[in-house]
Design a protein around this ligand. Structure first.
Ligand code: FE2
Length: 222
């Protein structure tokens, strides 16, 4: 794990509180004011959404006009976009796309026979706020076969566009056995750990059976 996750539980919960719009402690920014490693890039992959305009909302677990909720483990994915100096970067476009809980994308190129979820489309976009924060409510995606002999571990795809830098990459969950066999993740040469999120218990302001997923994104300049 990188230094920036050498935080106390109180500070980690501070991240969650900050991302949920609660008060930010004064010492928080100073803790990040150090050189960080750039988040490595990964391939765009075949399932970048092509069918629809991206939902600008932060909640992927429901679809406007439909009463149901997406199947699967609800997660609140949050973090900050920073530059390598540790400064938060505001106004960065953070785009997310992912498979559903069964490991199926809502995409015409996905030939996985796993079921679609009528309550989950799996993509959204936001801009970071003045503190560089982003936050999505979604579900943990399932693993899926990339080839007959290669199962992709659960992961979220991100495209992160600042004024100077743009990164296309993927976020992974800690402790997944498939991580160790994943050809894309294991092909990362530098700062592989920068693609692994931290999973925490739910805070008091979210569903008690949900999880908090904290993942910061580091651009060179912003
Ligand atoms: Fe994928």
């Amino acid at each position: 794990m990188s230094d920036r996750y050498g935080l106390s539980r109180r500070e980690i919960l501070g991240i969650a509180a900050a991302a949920s719009g609660l008060a930010v402690s004064g010492g928080f920014t100073a803790a990040f004011a150090q050189a960080l490693k750039r988040t490595p890039g990964e391939i765009l992959g075949p399932f970048y959404p092509v069918l629809k305009t991206l939902d600008r909302g932060a909640d992927l677990t429901t679809i406007a006009g439909k009463p149901g909720r997406a199947a699967g483990q609800v997660i609140h994915v949050m973090g900050r976009v920073m530059n390598v100096e540790g400064q938060p970067v505001k106004g960065v476009r953070v785009e997310l796309w992912q498979a559903n809980t069964h490991g199926r994308y809502t995409h015409p190129s996905d030939t996985n026979p796993a079921p679609l979820d009528p309550n989950f489309e799996g993509f959204a976009v936001q801009n970071t706020d003045a503190e560089g924060r982003y936050r999505f409510k979604t579900i943990k995606p399932g693993a899926y076969p990339a080839t007959a002999s290669w199962m992709r571990p659960p992961h979220l795809h991100f495209e992160v566009t600042g004024k100077i830098n743009r990164t296309i990459t993927q976020m992974y969950f800690p402790g997944e056995p498939l991580n160790d066999k994943d050809l894309l993740l294991q092909n990362i040469r530098a700062n592989k750990e920068g693609l692994i999120a931290k999973v925490l218990p739910p805070t008091s302001d979210v569903e008690p059976d949900s999880r908090i997923v904290v993942w910061d994104i580091v651009l060179d300049k912003g």
